[in-house]
Structure formats: structure tokens, C-alpha cells
Design a protein around this ligand. Structure first.
Ligand SMILES: [Zn+2]
Ligand SMILES: [Zn+2]
Length: 450
């Protein structure tokens, strides 16, 4: 296989991998970098222009995998886009939201080339969607040869798939973003156990060591205790979340906690995209028993949309639990603006429940200490850190030990490290170096013949 990582910035960023197996040329994912706007946020699509792709695979609908797919698909009008049925539903809502965000950035950040795509591009993209059933080989032919793709349930988020590609008896396996554990709203990954030739593995949590007694359930209990003590002080709780997946999981956890009286009933405020996606999750759950979500949860917990009048640096006009995006508290998002008003009072809490890139405001806040001054640069607000700031390990990504155990089980000839910061990849390199396979940590834009 020839493999080129087109995520120019490295790390996690704008996922996009160009692969060649036999006569077949294809791309897996085409994302937008969550930390950047404009051209810096795009993968290097120029590298693909000289090819005519045979197909494109989308692993799941987080924007770091999906956000620039309409652009790539416009350049490659003959390439079918292969994805799960659930992703085909979620992609529509995520992409139309992405157009609105880019239109806003066009004026706010003065980037005239935004938005990169419009409604017309989305319609042509949807016409190219192919949604083979999971765990069933899907055959494509070219020049008298054939290749077989199989999508596997990957946990992580509704619709997420790992992909195995079989050509002349050899299997290349791409984990995509993956979670082995079950969540309240989603079953864990269900992956093949047969040996593979090449493994392309995500490495998101390579630098995260899990304490021995810690589990997902113990983290949920610890989080509910923090919420309880904050509410007892008449404080508010901000939980920054990704609108897709984490928001619905947290709604299910809060619903259960209210019903079991683990925390007192208070208003829950949610941002709009996450509430819309609730309806999509409801629809998807009717078609698969791997996704469990009922839109009645919103009514049961009395969730309401976030009021428009939230002023930077000011205490919000209401108290309660704020379940809003973005998960990494990226500048100007609702979680960033709310944090600027909540951080200065010791009765409040800001609770992180997912991955935070260290260079985002969320990552920086986690590194800071109580009493420090935090600069909400994009809002011109300085705030002394008085609120409780904590992180809970409810990640949508597999632990590093689970991933290395899986790699050993399927005994590949080569392992390609993917979707992780440099320190995270280093851990994998060190911990797999004595295994009987070669390890590649590909430099962006360099083609590896593996
Ligand atoms: Zn993801
Ligand atoms: Zn990702």
C-alpha cells in the first residue's frame, strides 16, 4: 500500500489519508482542523488533484474527519462516498451547521474565501453516498481486479466505523476513531479478530495514563459528586461538550442522575446543534440496537435552549447546568463565552469530559491553577480563576493499552500511527518497538510504500 497523510498540521487536526492499493486509489476522511480557520484548516487536497479517486470513505461525522468532504467530493465528482447509514444521516446536519459557522467566520475573521462550499455542493455529495450494511463485504471493481471493503462498528460516536480493505487476500485495517467500552447511548467497538497485513491505528490517548482504580463508571460518580456540591452552593456547572455524541451521552447520564436523585433537579441549558442532533440520534436508534437514545430525554430533564443574552465576562442571567459546545472551549463558541462569566466565582464549576488539545482555551485552562488570571483573548476579558475546574475521563477514544493489545492480537506486518499528538505517537513507538512488526509515524505529505 502507498500511504500519504494529507493532514498538513500533523497531530489530530484535519484528517485525510490518501491510499493506493493495487489499481485502487482512495481517500479516508476529509476533515477541517478545529483549531484553525480558512486555508490553514484544510487538508492538502492539491496532492489528490492529479488522481481520479475510485472511492472516498468517511469513518464518522466529527468535523475533523468530515468538514472538508464537500470540497474533495466536488474535485472528485465520480468517486462514490462510502459511509455507514447512521453517518449518512448525521453528516447532513453537521455539514449544514459547518456552512453557517464558515459564513460567520467570513465576517468575524475577515476570510473572504469562506464558506468553502454551499448547499448545492451538499446536494451533489449526498447523491454520491453509498451506505453498505456493517460487517458485510462491499465489492468494487476496476480493470478486471476487485477490492472488498467492510465497515465495522467502532463505538466512539453513533455511525463511527473502522474499515477493513481486502485486496488479493491481504487485509489493511483502519481503526478510525474507536472506543471499545460501551457508553450509555452506544455499544463499544465490534472489530474483526483475524490477522491483518497493515494496521492504521488512532493514537489519541497515547500520553494518557489511566490510574489503576479508575473506570468510566467511577469517573461518572466523581463527576456527579462535583455537580452535586456545586449546586448545593447555588453555583452553576458548565460542561463543554462536542455537539455530536458527547452531548447526547451527557444528557443520558444527567437524566439517569436526576431520576436516581443523585443530583437535585435544576434547569439544563443546551446549545442548538446538540439539541437538533438529539432528533437524529432518535431516528438512528430505531434502525439499530447499537445506538440507544430517545428524544424524550430532553423533555424528561427539562432541557432548554441556551438563551441568546449571554454576555462575555458577566454572570449568566440564570443558574443551572450548561451543556454546550465546543468541547475544547474554542474561542467565541458558547462554552468559551459562558466560561468567561462563570470562572470568576468560586461557587461555580467547569467540568471537562472529553479530549482537549493543549493549545486550545480548554487545554490551557486545565493547565492553569486557581488564583491565576485567565485571558479570554477573543472577548477582551481577563478573569481570575476562582471556579472549580476539573477533568473527568469519559473519553470517546480507546485507552492506549487496549489499542496495543488489539495490535498484538491481529499481528500485522506493519503499523501506521495516526490521529495523535507527537507525544502520544511516541508512547506507541516505545511500547511496540519489541513487537515483530515495523512501525511508521508518517510525516505529513510524504508517501510511504509499505
Ligand atoms: Zn471523532
Ligand atoms: Zn477524530
Amino acid at each position: 500500500m502507498k500511504f500519504t497523510d494529507l493532514n498538513v498540521q500533523g497531530g489530530i487536526g484535519a484528517n485525510c489519508s490518501l491510499c493506493e492499493i493495487g489499481p485502487f486509489k482512495f481517500v479516508i476522511d476529509s476533515g477541517l482542523h478545529p483549531k484553525f480557520a480558512g486555508s490553514e484548516s484544510l487538508p492538502k487536497h492539491e496532492e489528490i488533484e492529479r488522481f481520479s479517486l475510485d472511492f472516498i470513505i468517511l469513518t464518522h461525522c466529527h468535523l475533523d474527519h468530515l468538514g472538508s468532504l464537500p470540497l474533495l467530493s466536488r474535485q472528485q465528482p465520480d468517486a462514490p462516498v462510502i459511509l455507514s447509514y447512521a453517518s449518512s444521516i448525521l453528516a447532513r446536519r453537521m455539514l449544514s451547521n459547518s456552512i453557517s459557522v464558515m459564513k460567520r467566520q467570513r465576517t468575524e475573521l475577515n476570510i473572504p474565501e469562506l464558506p468553502y462550499y454551499g448547499r448545492g455542493d451538499l446536494t451533489s455529495l449526498y447523491d454520491r453516498f453509498k451506505t453498505p450494511p456493517l460487517h458485510t463485504p462491499y465489492r468494487l471493481e476496476k480493470n478486471g481486479e476487485h477490492i472488498e471493503l467492510t465497515l465495522h462498528h467502532a463505538g466512539h460516536v453513533a455511525g463511527a466505523v473502522s474499515v477493513s480493505i481486502k485486496y488479493k487476500g491481504n487485509i489493511t485495517f483502519f481503526t478510525g476513531d474507536i472506543l471499545f467500552n460501551d457508553q450509555r447511548t452506544l455499544d463499544g467497538a465490534n472489530l474483526p479478530k483475524e490477522p491483518v497485513d497493515i494496521l492504521v491505528t488512532e493514537t489519541t490517548r497515547g500520553s494518557t495514563e489511566i490510574p489503576r482504580n479508575q473506570s468510566r463508571e467511577s469517573e461518572i460518580v466523581r463527576m456527579l459528586k462535583t455537580i452535586h456540591s456545586t449546586l448545593a452552593k447555588q453555583g452553576s456547572v458548565l460542561i463543554p461538550v462536542f455537539a455530536l455524541g458527547r452531548m447526547q451521552e451527557m444528557l443520558a447520564i444527567l437524566d439517569e442522575a436526576f431520576r436516581k436523585k443523585a443530583i437535585p433537579k435544576v434547569p439544563v441549558f443546551c446549545s442548538g446543534l446538540g439539541m437538533d442532533l438529539v432528533n437524529h440520534f432518535h431516528e438512528i436508534s430505531k434502525n439499530t440496537n447499537r445506538v440507544r437514545f430517545n428524544r424524550k430525554v430532553l423533555r424528561a430533564i427539562g432541557a432548554r435552549p441556551l438563551p441568546k443574552k449571554i454576555e462575555p465576562g458577566r454572570r449568566p442571567p440564570m443558574e443551572g447546568i450548561f451543556l454546550v459546545s465546543s468541547g475544547m472551549m474554542v474561542e467565541k463558541t458558547p462554552s468559551y463565552v459562558l466560561a468567561s462569566g462563570l470562572l470568576g466565582e468560586s461557587k461555580n464549576s467547569i467540568l471537562f469530559v472529553g479530549y482537549c488539545d493543549p493549545s486550545t482555551p480548554g487545554g490551557k485552562l486545565l493547565e492553569a491553577s486557581r488564583g491565576d488570571t485567565f485571558d479570554f483573548d477573543a472577548l477582551d476579558v481577563l478573569q481570575k480563576i476562582e471556579a472549580k475546574v476539573s477533568k473527568f475521563d469519559l473519553s470517546g477514544h480507546a485507552n492506549r493499552d487496549e489499542l496495543t493489545a488489539y495490535a498484538k492480537k491481529i499481528s500485522p506486518r506493519a503499523v501506521i500511527l495516526h490521529h495523535g499528538d507527537p507525544e502520544a505517537r511516541d508512547w506507541f513507538k516505545q511500547n511496540l518497538e519489541n513487537e515483530p512488526f515495523s512501525i511508521y509515524d508518517p510525516e505529513p505529505l510524504k508517501t510511504y510504500d509499505i
